[in-house]
Design a protein around this ligand. Structure first.
Ligand SMILES: Nc1ncnc2c1ncn2[C@@H]1O[C@H](COP(=O)(O)OP(=O)(O)OP(=O)(O)O)[C@@H](O)[C@H]1O
Ligand SMILES: [Mg+2]
Length: 154
């Protein structure tokens, strides 16, 4: 069974709060993959996740740095693969090892080969539906992920 949840966000702050809600439910080993065009709200969502994980500092857009690390209740690793050029670069990041040690969130996961990323993950897709409106679809397969999505919809 695939768990799916959809939201219509009307502001950046609303998307941030959605990320915060997910962040509060995550624990070490969880992986979240974010898809959507440039400016869709992926980084805004990560800012919320960091807040939900108890990190109080700021989260920047990682387009020039492949990996950011934020220490909250659980460590949050934030990878942005937009500028990834070669398969070796993603191998060097050792994303599966990182995820064992914290929560891993990835922007532009499609830039990496699908087999490089952990099979069990929460997928969040953002669609720009208006200047300040975004359709957000959260899905995933796996016992743990269905539990997260189930709690989010409560
Ligand atoms: N409902 C909304 N949800 C999220 N962001 C919104 C919303 N409405 C407007 N915005 C604006 O859209 C922009 C989203 O930028 P953000 O950096 O999060 O995009 P991104 O998906 O990470 O893009 P990139 O692929 O370039 O990293 C911000 O400037 C934000 O203020
Ligand atoms: Mg971004």
């Amino acid at each position: 069974m695939t768990a799916v949840l959809t939201f219509a966000s009307k502001s950046a702050e609303e998307t941030r709060r959605l990320g915060e809600g997910i962040g509060a439910l995550l624990r070490e080993g969880d992986v979240v993959l974010l898809s959507g065009e440039l400016g869709a709200g992926k980084t805004v969502f990560v800012q919320g996740m960091a807040r939900g994980l108890g990190f109080e500092g700021s989260v920047s857009s990682k387009s020039f740095v492949l990996l950011g690390e934020y220490a909250g209740r659980v460590k949050l690793y934030h990878a942005d693969l937009y500028r990834l050029e070669a398969a070796e670069e993603v191998a060097e990041l050792a994303l599966d090892e990182l995820s064992a040690d914290g929560v891993l969130v990835v922007e532009w996961p499609e830039r990496a080969g699908e087999d490089v990323l952990p099979k069990e993950h929460v997928r969040v897709e953002f669609e720009v539906t208006g200047e300040e409106e975004r359709a957000v679809r959260i899905s995933g397969v796996g016992e743990r992920i269905e539990d997260i999505i189930g709690r989010l919809s409560d």
